[in-house]
Design a protein around this ligand. Structure first.
Ligand code: NAD
Ligand code: GLY
Length: 361
């Protein structure tokens, strides 16, 4: 098992990464203070892993809530069903919530934990690649609003993150690729050695070689933990983790949740950010080919399939959370492995990139 820590003073917590961790009761129980445990999962993950997790919690008062599966259920209404389940079994402030599932379950469980009785403990057991390398780490929690994705939420850190790579055995290839987009993001934004590791090992990673996967997840979590430790509340550096996200969220918002998986939209978004970086004179054509090649080798889209007009795209980008005083802040690449936040890109170049990608429909 590998372990790393996210250092946030009294809110610090360990991230455990390895195989067969869902057989290790102590990993979980040493982070549970009281006796009441609510496991939050969904209809897909429950039949696969719920009994396994329950078996780790002998002696606890265990309750469970099984949510419907899908990004469209990542809403305040669904979070309310978690509150109802907690209140029905009269769980008090000493309870612990366990998020067992992908990013949708994790984000909602974290948000419920942040607000139930003004805050109770929670633990992340992420079961998709995307949630293992991104959403379970760093304490962003929340839900979607019909006018924008992830618009309602809180920063709230878990007590630990337990990443059992064996849970990925049941994850389908498309979801696995979507998670690989976030893995590639870490290489692109701040770690050229990791980018090269991914380029050199992409075949093995796509064949799901467990040792390579553990290395990739460990490095991704380490990179994210380092950034979050410096800027928990996204006052500055953490925004680099949004590489590709302002573009990607626009794709998701316009086409509707589910047409593109989150990671797929981020893959296209990262390529758009790279293209704008090239137009601004930072990246070369070779760099763009490297980015496109890696995304394609990870079976990720590098273009928008679906009808989006440039003006709709621009409108959608401007409701993203990264907009401050009407100015869309974008994460661009000074070079591969070196991202920065850019406020002064040329609007005409942004329009050209959006036109280029929207024209491919
Ligand atoms: P998801 O939670 O919808 O999971 C994808 C699908 O895989 C679902 O159908 C799920 O039920 C299924 N699944 C989960 N684990 C499985 C397993 N082991 N075997 C088989 N099927 C399994 O999607 P996701 O990609 O994990 O997460 C996307 C969400 O995460 C989005 O809502 C996004 O906004 C959010 N997110 C949050 C952060 C953050 O920092 N909080 C970061 C990135 C993404
Ligand atoms: N997923 C981006 C962040 O956690 O900040």
């Amino acid at each position: 098992m590998r372990q790393l820590n996210l250092d946030l003073d009294e809110k610090s917590y360990p991230i455990y990464i390895g195989q067969d961790l869902l057989s290790n009761s102590e990993l979980l129980t040493k982070h549970i203070a009281g006796k009441q445990v609510m496991i939050v999962t969904n209809t897909t993950v429950a039949p696969l892993y719920l009994d396994k997790v329950k078996a780790l919690l002998e002696g606890y008062k265990i309750s469970e809530v099984i949510l419907p599966d899908g990004e469209q259920y990542k809403t305040l209404d669904t979070v309310n069903t978690i509150f109802s389940a907690l209140l029905e079994v009269r769980f008090d402030r000493s309870c612990t919530l366990i998020a067992l599932g992908g990013g949708v379950v994790g984000d909602m469980t974290g948000f419920a934990a942040a607000s139930y009785q003004r805050g109770v403990n929670f633990i992340q057991i992420p079961t998709t690649l995307l949630s293992q390398v991104d959403s379970s780490v760093g304490g962003k929690t929340g839900v979607n609003h019909e006018l924008g994705k992830n618009m309602i939420g809180a920063f709230y850190q878990p007590k630990c993150v337990v990443i059992d790579m064996d849970t990925l055995d049941t994850l389908d290839d498309r979801q696995y690729s979507a998670g690989m987009a976030e893995v590639i993001k870490y290489g692109l934004l701040g770690n050229i050695e990791f980018l090269e590791f991914l380029e050199n090992n992409i075949d093995g990673l796509m064949a799901r070689d467990k040792l390579l996967m553990i290395e990739a997840v460990y490095q991704s979590c380490l990179d994210k933990a380092n950034i979050v430790a410096q800027d928990e509340l996204e006052a500055g550096k953490r925004a680099l983790l949004n590489l590709g996200h302002t573009f990607g969220h626009a794709i998701e918002n316009i086409l509707g949740y589910g047409v593109y998986l989150h990671g797929e939209a981020i893959a296209v978004g990262m390529l758009m950010a790279a293209r704008l970086s090239q137009s601004e004179g930072f990246l070369s054509a070779d760099d763009i080919n490297r980015v496109r090649g890696l995304l394609e080798n990870a079976n990720l889209p590098s273009t928008i399939y679906g009808k989006i007009t440039p003006s709709d795209f621009m409108k959608s980008m401007s409701v993203d959370k990264k907009v401050i005083d009407g100015n869309i802040r974008l994460v661009l690449l000074r070079k591969l492995g070196d991202a920065f936040i850019c406020n002064n890109y040329q609007d005409i170049l942004l329009d050209q990139v959006i036109g280029e990608f929207c024209l491919t429909t």
